[in-house]
Design a protein around this ligand. Structure first.
Ligand code: F6R
Length: 612
């Protein structure tokens, strides 16, 4: 959570900092602030609660000079999202912006207060500024003061630090939260990710755990966790800037929904050999896992990524005959689960690759001696670096806080991996593999056709926007899609929604049904359709407002019972959960637009959940 940026530049820093914060706003948007150093070495800051336009206004009313500065967009952890709690935090000559949580800040604060430091905020971050200022007072130089300071911090942090009087110095440090250096021409940058620095440079160095970096306009030095100077590879980042633009779309969420034929197609392309009609896992070391030796598969993730694993559970069981257990990372990590160390494989799914609970669960499994694999969208992320095998999704940067294209890319990658596991375990025939690979390669075309339903879904959303509760039902592999539908609606429209397995309806949830409650059935005409139809009729008999999402045969079979119908193109049942993700995303999007919520940055949320 929280986005940070630092600039040692050759042109006014304030507009560049705000521009970078706009691209980082997906990481948090409770408050924002910047600090700059002018030509005389004087430091000053502006901060504002709420969205970035408030900061923009504060800067317009009282401009900040200087070509160097740091900036922050906040997702509050300690203290309300007020001006006072907004970063940068300052103590003496030190200004700091921070992403993460300092767990021992109370002890440090007591110690610093005893030394005479006066605190102005309730934040953990202010402690860092005072700690480093205290080290400076003890006679340390700036870099030494930072190194000694970070050595005392417990928890997670990415930091960018400025020092009054030092207009050619920017110091960064990372442990547990991502941080990258942007290498420009006579300019240097620090950012939470490549997106932050994309308009300034495409040359990026991803710092490793425990690194401290010292930047001047012309050079950079990196020290590892043992304080040894180290070289880190410079990556050339392509196209990250363009991804942060909305283009002709009204919202990033809408753009990302419409990108899915491409993003899913790219992912499927990376996992399949169309000519040979076979699955080939991408990347080096893809054969690191011998699926014929795997006896038990654990799939661990959070939120939407967890629902991707819930769909994949069916695929791994059916295609590969593999016993699977799925878990929410925040539960898994503290349960001390008994794991099958012999033949157990732990597979983690994460868009950001930085989710704190998922990362902790990965580390737990590694400690337990399990082999690990990760389906991730950010190849330079912590989860990608730490897993034994990386299975990339090629969704491209996802900016909308509600996950859409990353979810379908995760599903596509997991479907391909399940086929590959099925082949290795001799659970599927060559003919079956050809059919499944064909089905996957059909998906982008079917997605494009499905996206044409947008107007029809927008129409339908007007009624749903009036509801205060919505129920989503699905059976089998579509049960997790119902869960995802409810999550999507909740997070962007703030309407209360619940997802259930259709068969579970009569065990309690049916009590919720009345004429005010829309019930969305995700039910293609598959082997379970008749069962779903019975449930649909039970709902209609209780005057529930049924919305059926199905195909032509399903819509025909349901007749006039559902109040509304969304008819998708026919598809192979194997890929249906991926295709049926689109209408539930479109529905959530249009309901949110209808309700006038902040679609791309819903209240209280952040894209990258790097705190537990
Ligand atoms: C919901 C959503 C979240 C994330 C979850 C995990 O739309 O985006 O539920 O799926 O926070 O994030 P990652 O995939 O980055 O680990």
């Amino acid at each position: 959570m929280c986005g940070i940026i630092g600039i040692l530049g050759n042109e006014p820093a304030a507009p560049r900092l705000v521009d970078a914060l706009k691209r980082l706003e997906y990481r948090g948007y409770d408050s924002a602030g910047i600090a700059t150093i002018d030509a005389s070495g004087k430091m000053d800051r502006r901060r504002a609660p709420g969205k970035l336009n408030n900061l923009d206004e504060a800067i317009a009313a009282d401009p900040l000079a200087g070509n160097q500065g740091i900036g922050h967009t906040r997702w509050a952890t300690h203290g309300l999202p007020t001006v006072g709690n907004a970063h940068p935090h300052v103590s003496g000559p030190v200004a700091v912006v921070h992403n993460g949580i300092i767990e021992n800040f109370r002890e440090l604060r007591q110690e610093l207060e005893a030394e005479g430091h006066q605190f102005e905020t309730e934040t953990d971050t202010e402690t860092i500024a005072h700690l480093i200022a205290s080290n400076l007072k003890k006679g340390m130089g700036e870099v030494e003061a930072v190194k000694a300071g970070v050595a005392r911090l417990h928890g997670a942090f990415a930091l960018a630090l400025l020092f009054e009087g030092r207009s050619d110095l920017l110091v960064g440090a990372r442990k547990g939260s991502p941080l990258a250096i942007g290498v420009g021409e006579g300019e240097m940058f620090l950012g939470s990710d490549a997106l932050a620095v994309a308009p300034f440079t495409n040359r990026v160095i991803y710092l490793e755990e425990g690194d401290v970096c010292v930047l001047s306009h012309e050079s950079y030095e990196i020290f590892d966790r043992k304080d040894k100077p180290v070289e880190r590879a410079v990556s050339i980042v392509q196209g990250a800037g363009a991804a942060a633009e909305k283009g002709n779309y009204r919202h990033f969420m809408q753009k990302e929904i419409f990108e899915q034929p491409d993003s899913t197609g790219r992912t499927i392309g990376a996992y399949t050999n169309i000519l040979r009609q076979t699955v080939e896992l991408p990347g080096e070391g893809a054969d690191a896992i011998d699926w014929s030796e795997v006896k038990y598969l654990y799939m661990i993730a959070c939120g939407t990524a967890h629902f991707a694993t819930r769909v994949a559970e069916y695929w791994f069981e059916q295609c590969a005959g593999l016993p699977v257990k799925t878990d929410i990372a925040s539960e898994f990590r503290y349960r001390e689960p008994a794991l099958a160390k012999e033949g157990g494989l732990a597979l983690f799914v994460s868009q950001s690759g930085e989710t704190a609970d998922t990362l902790a669960a990965l580390r737990y499994c590694k400690e337990q001696g399990l082999k690990t694999a990760a389906v991730v969208n950010v190849p330079t992320s912590s989860i990608a670096r730490e897993a034994d095998l990386v299975l990339p999704t090629l969704a491209g940067p996802e900016i909308g806080v509600a996950s859409t294209k990353a979810f379908t890319a995760q599903l596509a990658a997991l479907a391909a991996v399940a086929i590959s596991a099925g082949r290795a375990r001799e659970q599927i025939s060559r003919d079956a593999e050809i059919r499944l690979v064909r089905a996957l390669t059909e998906l982008p075309r079917l997605m494009s056709t499905t996206l044409q339903l947008d107007e029809r879904i927008a129409e339908l959303s007007r009624d749903i926007a009036k509801a205060s509760d919505v129920i989503y039902l699905g059976r089998g592999v579509h049960y997790p899609i119902a869960l995802e539908g409810a999550l999507k609606l909740k997070e962007v429209s703030y309407i209360h929604a619940e997802g259930y397995a259709s068969g579970e309806l009569k065990h309690g949830p049916i009590a919720l049904i009345d004429e005010e409650t829309p019930v969305v059935f995700v039910a293609p005409f598959d082997g379970l359709f008749d069962k779903s139809l019975s449930n649909l009729q039970e709902v209609a008999a209780r005057r529930g407002e049924v919305v059926l999402i199905s195909d032509a045969a399903g819509v025909r079979a349901a007749g006039e019972t559902p109040a509304s119908r969304i008819e998708l193109p026919d598809c192979d049942p194997f890929i249906a959960p991926i295709l049926y993700s689109l209408p539930i995303q479109m529905l959530a999007y249009h309901v949110a637009v209808e309700k006038g919520t902040d679609v791309d940055q819903p209240r209280n949320l952040a894209k990258s959940v790097t705190v537990e």
